[in-house]
Design a protein around this ligand. Structure first.
Ligand code: NDP
Length: 448
């Protein structure tokens, strides 16, 4: 898609200012390269410097997190929170604890979150945060001390009407519990300041399942509406074995598909008979084990430590659910050679720009993460509503709302893409639909 001179100049400026943040630049380039028709349609965007403001976070906080390990040694990590855009609601977005976390990762995730949250139709702005702390191999007591130290600083920047964090990689129910407890202790108030809470203290039914389930609802809608098809009888390759991957596997199986892969950062398993979900959950959810153990326990499965070879497994549908840039151009070519029809992203930005080009130029339906994985933050938004009303909805009610939201995200993306004559281009459609919503609110609120 050709870019307008205004967009070209913003991209040059982004390269100069953020050239040292590759993931952030990748996300900004992808979005700005696809919204030209929407930007050209409204001269007020350029007059008010809207794109300059759109790619600049409202606030970026970095802080020291000092904590004491089980041997009595003091450890120091970096904590981050980006409050990217609050035009349509309080900042909202997860916390990631992983050694690879840095300013670039946090800014790319925050930027994507702005558009994703807009697509849900709920009043949520975009934020993201985390730390280079690695929960793997730490005791529960160490994780608790780290979370308490992290929240001791973070609490001054967040609040139920200001900024509402949630989980992401490395931050699940255990970490949210420790973070919530520390917020409550310091602020002396019970409020819905975090989502992803356990049911016993204000969590929402279906939040744990939401991202993986939502990914499958979105993918099913893409198949229904654009190919008159469904998950039924399909072979599916899923990467990762964390929260998103496990519940995507569960829902894909419920919809009649056979999921044949799972992975972690060490390697992947291939089970031609279909992944046994009970065993997968036992290893990864109940015991925080490694995916290799699956092949030790299931005779039909094989294990490989060549993680990226997961994409050489023949599949009709691929759902990358691990991490950014896990699927490159070569892997995309392999998937296409093996007949993949649909790729929808459970992870954030898992496909490299080269991989996306391969999908788009070979007629593969490609559902970008900001649309396909928005189910998690959508149910987080529903958790905020339930906390405000001091009530809780049933699993079925929440799940039905999730389904409607995912169908709505597909419809908005498809409509936006169709308006600009590329109805199958769900990436441009999602970027344009999300951008238009945020840009309208920014214009209405003046130069901020
Ligand atoms: P988890 O921590 O539960 O699981 C992450 C999975 O990805 C694990 O299998 C992990 O393996 C693997 N992984 C992590 N980092 C790497 C890496 N550098 N290389 C290879 N594999 C890696 O996280 P989630 O399932 O919550 O998140 C997965 C993705 O989904 C992320 O991109 C996240 O941003 C995105 N997402 C999550 C949402 C949620 O609600 N949780 C919402 C929307 C998006 P290992 O155990 O070896 O680290």
């Amino acid at each position: 898609m050709s870019k307008s001179p205004y967009i070209e100049s913003i991209l040059r400026q982004a390269e100069l200012r953020d050239g040292d943040k590759p993931e952030f630049l990748q996300a900004v380039t992808e979005v700005l390269s696809t919204i030209t028709p929407a930007v050209d349609a409204n001269p007020a965007f350029e007059q008010t410097g809207l794109l300059e403001r759109f790619i600049e976070p409202e606030r970026f906080v970095q802080f020291r997190v000092a904590w004491v390990d089980d041997e009595g040694r003091t450890r120091v990590n970096r904590g981050y929170r980006v409050q990217f855009n609050s035009a349509i609601g309080p900042y909202k977005g997860g916390l990631r604890f992983h050694p690879t976390v840095n300013e670039s990762i946090i800014k790319f995730l925050g930027f994507e979150q702005v558009l994703k949250n807009a697509l849900t139709g709920l009043p949520m702005g975009g934020g993201k945060g985390g730390s280079d702390f690695d929960p793997k191999g730490k005791s529960d007591a160490e994780v608790m001390r780290f979370c308490q130290a992290f929240m001791t600083e973070l609490q001054r920047h967040i609040g139920p009407d200001t900024d509402v964090p949630a989980g992401d990689i490395g931050v699940g129910g255990r970490e949210i519990g420790f973070l919530f407890g520390q917020y409550k202790r310091i602020r002396d108030e019970w409020s819905g300041v975090l989502t992803g809470k356990a049911l016993s203290y204000g969590g929402s039914l279906a939040r744990t399942e939401a991202t993986g389930y939502g990914l499958c609802y979105y993918t099913e809608e893409v198949l229904n509406k654009l190919r008159d098809d469904s998950f039924e009888g399909k072979t599916v390759a899923i990467s990762g074995s964390g929260n998103v991957a496990v519940f995507a596997t569960e829902k894909a199986q419920q919809l009649g598909a056979k999921v044949v892969t799972a992975s972690d950062s060490n390697g992947y398993v291939y089970d031609p008979n279909g992944i046994n979900l009970d065993i997968l959950k036992d290893i990864k959810v109940d015991h925080r084990g490694r995916i290799k153990e699956y092949a030790d326990r299931v005779s039909s499965a094989t294990y490989s430590d060549k993680r990226t070879d997961i994409w050489t497994v023949p599949a009709d549908i691929a759902l990358p659910c691990a991490t950014q840039n896990e699927l490159d151009g070569e892997s995309a070519k392999k998937l296409v050679e093996n007949g993949v029809k649909v790729v929808c992203e459970g992870a954030n930005m898992p496909s490299t720009p080269e991989a996306i080009d391969v999908f788009r130029s070979n007629g593969v339906l490609y559902g970008p993460g900001k649309a396909a994985n928005a189910g998690g933050v959508a149910v987080s938004g529903l958790e905020m509503s339930q906390n405000s009303y001091r009530l809780s909805w049933s699993f079925e009610e929440t799940d039905n709302r999730l389904k409607d939201i995912m169908k709505g995200i597909f419809a908005q993306s498809h409509d936006a893409a169709s308006r600009f004559s590329t109805p199958d281009d769900l990436m441009s459609g999602a970027n344009i639909a999300g951008f238009e919503k945020v840009a309208d609110a920014m214009l209405a609120q003046g130069v901020l």
